[in-house]
Design a protein around this ligand. Structure first.
Ligand code: A2P
Length: 287
């Protein structure tokens, strides 16, 4: 069995590496640059950042300092909730690009469906048409919010990046996105921090049976469900291990055993929480 990272087709004819490195909560230059360098050396060609993470500058530097060419890496960033409006969105995109030190972005997402997202989407459509963003999408949109984009926009988002892990499997959302030709991208694929599925006995048993780690079992489960995954780690061995998930497979019974763990348990905010969305517009993550 090969161990290459597959590319998945997007609804606009472009492709995205199914596995990427996430850098949420990587809040200093050393960890950001180290984790990206380890990832690129291990064969990752996809990095997921956001304006809110405050690390775009180090993401750009890490790629420039590596042996990998800019055009060979798929880089995603996101528009924070405090930025809404057509001109404001275009300006914030340019600021992300400047911090990254890039002249185009592979993918730009609306980070959360905070009020005013339709105007922002219109600006992103224009940036896409101008070729400054190769792919546009959204994050944390539920069905109603996605229907709003589909009804009022002219370009279909290529992905919806949503919280997904064994304790929050998002089956209904997955089926909905599939029916629209939009890829499901999983954030917090391991379940995030302390409240994670890494110590679940069912996962541990599967890990022992396959002689891999619990994280590899969970990431393998995601990729077999046709999701894009962007695990974060600031440890070299974990960055390498998280990449090695394409040379083994889970059978139907094993996939079912993980499916049975779904508990509808979030680690992050609910996109249906209008009060949180509004409040988040006053947060600024950037330094
Ligand atoms: P660390 O950066 O210290 O390795 P998620 O992406 O689901 O939010 O989960 C990320 C969390 O899981 C982080 O706290 C990360 O910590 C940890 N993590 C990432 N990869 C692994 C792994 N292979 N084994 C154990 N923990 C991991």
């Amino acid at each position: 069995m090969h161990n290459d990272i597959p590319d998945l087709p997007l609804n606009n004819g472009n492709r995205i590496p199914q596995l990427g490195l996430g850098v949420f909560q990587v809040d200093n230059a050393k960890d950001t640059k180290d984790s990206i360098k380890w990832a690129l050396a291990a064969g990752y060609r996809h990095i997921d950042t956001a304006a809110y993470y405050g690390n775009e500058q180090w993401v750009g530097e890490a790629i420039r300092e590596s042996d990998v060419k800019r055009e060979d890496v798929f880089v995603t960033s996101k528009l924070w909730n405090s930025v809404r409006g057509y001109d404001e969105t275009k300006q914030a995109f340019q600021e992300s690009l400047d911090r990254l030190g890039f002249d185009y972005l592979d993918m730009f997402l609306i980070h959360w469906p905070a009020p005013g997202y339709l105007e922002s989407w219109r600006a992103m459509e224009d940036l896409y048409k101008e070729g400054k963003i190769k792919n546009i999408g959204v994050s944390n949109f539920n069905q109603k919010q996605m229907d709003d984009i589909l009804a009022n926009g002219t370009i279909k988002p290529v992905v919806d990046q949503i919280e997904t892990h064994p304790y929050l499997q998002q089956d209904e959302m997955h089926a909905y996105l599939e029916s629209k030709g939009i890829l499901h991208e999983a954030w917090s694929p391991l379940g995030g921090g302390s409240n994670n599925a890494l110590t679940d006995p069912v996962i541990s048993e599967l890990a022992a049976a396959h002689d891999v780690s619990a994280a590899q079992i969970i990431l393998r489960w995601h990729v077999q469900r046709e999701e894009i995954v962007i695990p974060k780690s600031i440890h070299e061995a974990r960055v390498q291990q998280n990449r090695d998930i394409f040379a083994f497979g889970l059978d139907e019974d094993e996939m079912k055993a993980i499916a049975d763990l779904d508990a509808g348990k979030r680690v992050g905010p609910d996109p249906d929480d209008a009060a949180w969305l509004k409040q988040s517009q006053s947060y600024s993550g950037r330094k």
